[in-house]
Every structure is written in structure tokens, then in C-alpha cells.
Design a protein around this ligand. Sequence first.
Ligand SMILES: NC(=O)c1ccc[n+]([C@@H]2O[C@H](COP(=O)([O-])OP(=O)(O)OC[C@H]3O[C@@H](n4cnc5c(N)ncnc54)[C@H](OP(=O)(O)O)[C@@H]3O)[C@@H](O)[C@H]2O)c1
Length: 242
Amino acid sequence: MFIKEKGIQMQKHYIVAGSSSGIGAELTHKLLSAGHKVTGISRREVSGFSGDYTHIQADLADLTTTLPKIEGVVDGVVYAPGSITLKPFRSLSLNDFQNELNINLFGAIKTIQTFLPNLKLSEQASIVLFSTVAVSIGMPYHASIASAKGAVEGLTRSLAAELAPKIRVNAIAPSLTDTPLAAKLLSTQEKAEASAKRHPLGRVGTAGDIASAAEFLLGENSTWITGQIIPVDGGMSSVKLM
Ligand SMILES: NC(=O)c1ccc[n+]([C@@H]2O[C@H](COP(=O)([O-])OP(=O)(O)OC[C@H]3O[C@@H](n4cnc5c(N)ncnc54)[C@H](OP(=O)(O)O)[C@@H]3O)[C@@H](O)[C@H]2O)c1
């Protein structure tokens, strides 16, 4: 238990799949600095987290991977692994579609199923998944990722219904965000400027922009929100400048 400003707040335990990089790493820092316990999952174990941090090494895209069961209450599961495979439809193999499903959908299902018994022990649990702006607006070369993330959106709404009222389930749909995943798309000044200009708010996202939304969805200020796909996209999906 720890003191936070006014009153006493219980320490929560969150699972963050994809804690080693980008949005998941930023979120892990935020949760640890707020005094929470975090169990991170990724293929690489990175140093630099201070606080109550434990790591599980696992390849979540491998359908044969089994995650270890843990004891006790888990208050939230965030599934951040993902991919950006941009190819013309004619060049996409069924294998490409399968790979996108493995990391974006099946890894999430495996993670949620593993920790569901722990989530059920929480007074108020929350699951946060990641989609992409490319599901709500069609974008060329996004067929494989949009298909997989569309499935994640279906999973989000379906689980929100099935797990209500005790467990909330939401997804965040970011637009282009400056993380290692998007490095190739932002690798030159020209690309970075063109990407910034495409967004009504005049810039691409930061890991902090998206992690803040995930932290909100985990926490006590969002307890009446479930089954939502929340765009955090600089206005990309809903605003067109003249
Ligand atoms: N960045 C964007 O522009 C953007 C846009 C729309 C949606 N999104 C979505 O936002 C989410 C977070 O993306 P990000 O930009 O933060 O990505 P990122 O920087 O690449 O981080 C991904 C995290 O997932 C882990 N991961 C990847 N493959 C894994 C595997 N097979 N098994 C276990 N862990 C794995 C990575 O760790 P290891 O490599 O150590 O395993 C890393 O910790 C993703 O779902 C992505 O699709 C991102």
C-alpha cells in the first residue's frame, strides 16, 4: 500500500506484454513510477526499470509458447506486441496474414487466457489491447495488418460483453507513433515531415501519447468505459482539414 497525494491507494499488479520497447516500455515506466507492480513479457529482457518489476521471457507469436501461471490478483493486462507489414495486396502471402494474426491476435488471446483467473480476483480489472487507425479508415498496403487488427477489435467488443461487469476490455487505435516499430517509416527528415503533415494535429504520436491513454484505461478514472476502440491518432480518423 502506498500514499498518493490525498488518501491511500492500493498498489495494483499489471501485466504488460511488450514491455521492452515503445509504447509498452513507456507504460511500464509510468505504472512503476506510480508505485504499481508490473510483470512484463517480451522476447528481450531490458534493464532500466526501477520499481517492482518482474520479467517473463516469451515469444508470443509462437503458437506453441505457454506462459507461466502466476499466483494472486492481477488488476490489468495490456497486450502491446504488434507489427507494421506494409505491402501491396498482390505481394502478400497467406503466410504474411498468418504471421500478423499470430502476433496481434493469437498472442493476445493466449496472454488474456493465461491471466484471466488472476483478473477475476480483482475488484476492478481492465484489459487494454491495441488496434490501428488503419482499421477505421482504409489505407493502401495495410491489408494484412488491418485484417489482424480488425480481428482484435472484434475480440475487444466480444470480451467486453462476456467479462462485464467485473473486467473492462478496451482497445486503443493509434496512428503513426514514433517507436522502434515505426522507425522505417520515419527514417528520414522528409518522411518524418510528410507523416507529421498528414495528421490534423501536425505531428506523429509519441510513445507517451499512447501510453497515457493506456494508463487511463487501466485506472480508476475509466471505470465506466468498456467495449470501446479509442482512437489516439492526432485527429487522423475523424478530422479533415480544408
Ligand atoms: N508505432 C506505431 O506507429 C503504431 C501504430 C498503430 C498501432 N500500433 C500498435 O501499438 C502497439 C505497440 O507498438 P509499438 O510501436 O510500441 O511497438 P514496438 O516498439 O515494436 O514494441 C513492441 C513490443 O512488443 C514486444 N514483442 C514484439 N514481438 C513479440 C513477440 N513475438 N513475443 C513477445 N513480445 C514481442 C517487443 O519486445 P521484444 O522485441 O523484446 O520481444 C516490444 O516490447 C502494437 O500493437 C502496434 O501494432 C503502433
